[in-house]
Design a protein around this ligand. Structure first.
Ligand code: NAP
Length: 451
């Protein structure tokens, strides 16, 4: 057996504390798998007094000094945030230390700089735990599918929003009540912004798109919409169409007039209940990967949690430690393709649009003509609330009604222009909601019930 592999652990919170536990509990097995004992050199935290479970001599509040120690082989970063994690990991990589991180925000923003530092020094940089927690996803994309051509990676990569949307669907609750329930059960943080506004999912989409399409994609390249505006009515409309509403991260390689491009986007969308992603409920994650030769693959499991995420971290740690024992290094990130990002306006999907109108003769024709004028073809239209009471709406001349329009595929720019033009119609009270309808590779005819 070789000399021990020394690990500097940065952060000992939800995930880090589980890494410490598993390293201790599985020490013998890990040593046998790596070919050398794997030992903690030190653990950096902010408040050592909060970690009585950890041997005091391992704790430090000086992560820079820990990373700089000459006996450290691998730095495992589980602090989160951009700084000081970025500088610490750049220093570690420049000095030839291998790095394991679960930090999606950092990888999505600084992936290029970190990969360059790893390339130059020949160190490993692994971050399996940064996307979809316990689910092995990045390694399959990067290694198992390295000989294939990936076309699409799409899925549910944020457990908090999936919990909220699942609760809205199963109980009929509104967004605010479902968010409160998620917070009470520990699925949503006190400040849920990163989750509900789609930032977390956008970081993960950037990482997935970068690996799948060999092109550096950052979180800023990802079109992002959160779930705050999803209403109980939207969920009910989806049900009427045979659909569920999910916050999707969609990364595709698309053919444009100028050649291939990458589309990366995060938004809530209706998907047919018959699609396997529709039955992913609660805090679970699931990702579909479609490749030319392999076809469709689905990865499913727990996308967060201390032990679950620690499992992925330890997988990376074992890989990095093994490489150091045998004196090699693992496959690098490849970003040779340099594909452009497709502007969101060019992205084509179907749409479900609720248009509040004054229920008068000719309103349907007027609305339909606006869609037609912008080249957005209507698949189905249904009128709700006809003959209702207009008391309190102040219109005086006609009952309020809602036109529920489902379109065929149209570009995002065409749909936005349609909505703007609709707002100018005298017969239109307002556009109440717009949700995309994603078929995710299924034939359009698979969407039933929209009559
Ligand atoms: P956490 O519970 O908040 O723990 C963060 C740890 O980092 C704490 O131990 C904290 O010290 C330490 N820390 C923070 N800033 C520091 C600094 N400047 N110097 C020294 N120590 C510092 O976070 P977590 O949930 O374990 O998440 C860690 C990483 O894993 C994040 O990047 C997160 O996105 C990612 N991740 C988490 C999950 C999950 O389920 N939690 C899933 C996938 C990925 P104190 O304890 O003293 O405050």
């Amino acid at each position: 057996m070789s000399d021990s592999i020394k690990v500097a652990l940065l952060g000992c919170g939800v995930v880090g504390s589980q890494v410490v536990r598993l390293l201790d509990e599985q020490a013998e097995e890990l040593a046998a798998r790596v070919g050398a004992p794997v030992e903690l050199a030190g653990i950096a935290v902010r408040r050592p007094q909060r970690h009585p479970e950890v041997p005091a001599e391992l704790l430090t509040t000086d992560p820079a000094a820990l990373v700089a120690r000459p006996d450290v082989d691998v730095v495992v970063e589980l602090m989160g945030g951009i700084e000081p994690a970025r500088d610490l990991l750049l220093d570690a990589l420049k000095n030839g230390r291998s790095v394991v991180s679960a930090n999606k925000a950092l990888l999505a923003e600084e992936g290029e700089a970190l990969a360059a530092a790893a390339r130059e020094s020949g160190a490993d940089l692994y971050y399996e735990a940064s996307v979809a927690g316990a689910i092995p996803l990045l390694r399959p994309i990067q290694q198992s599918l390295a000989g294939d051509r990936i076309r699409r990676v799409a899925g549910i990569v944020n457990g908090t929003t999936n919990f909220i949307l699942s609760a809205m669907e199963s109980t009929g609750a509104g967004y605010a009540d479902a968010l409160e329930e998620a917070g009470r059960l520990g699925y949503a943080e006190a400040d849920p912004t990163a989750d509900v506004d789609g930032y977390d999912a956008a970081s993960k989409a950037a990482i997935l798109a970068s690996l799948a399409f060999h092109t550096r994609v950052t979180a800023a390249d990802v079109h992002r919409e959160g779930i705050r505006d999803v209403t109980a009515t939207d969920i009910a409309s989806a049900r009427a169409l045979g659909c569920s509403v999910k916050l999707l991260a969609i990364c595709e390689q698309v053919d444009t007039a100028d050649g291939p491009a990458v589309s990366a986007r995060v938004y809530p969308a209706m998907i047919p209940k018959s699609h396997p992603l529709a039955s992913v409920s609660g805090a679970f994650n699931a990702v579909f990967v479609e490749a030319d030769a392999a076809g469709a693959l689905m990865f499913y499991g727990q996308g967060a949690g201390g032990p679950q995420t620690a499992s992925a971290v330890l997988g990376d740690l074992v890989a990095a430690a093994r490489n150091r024992v045998i004196g090699g290094r693992g496959p690098r990130d490849s970003a040779y393709a340099h594909l452009p990002i497709q502007p969101m306006g060019e992205v084509r999907t179907r749409y479900h649009v609720n248009v509040d109108v004054h229920d008068r003769a000719g309103v349907l024709a007027a609305v339909a003509s606006v869609f037609a004028a912008h080249d957005v073809s209507i698949a189905t239209v249904k009128q709700e609330g006809r003959g209702g009471d207009d008391e309190g709406h102040g219109d005086g001349d006609a009952s309020p009604a809602t036109l529920v329009v489902v379109t065929h595929e149209a570009s995002d720019a065409a749909l936005q222009a349609t909505v703007e033009a609709l707002s100018g119609l005298e017969a239109v009270r307002g556009v109440a909601s717009i949700l995309r309808v994603e078929d995710l590779g299924r034939p359009v005819s698979a969407l039933g019930g929209a009559q």
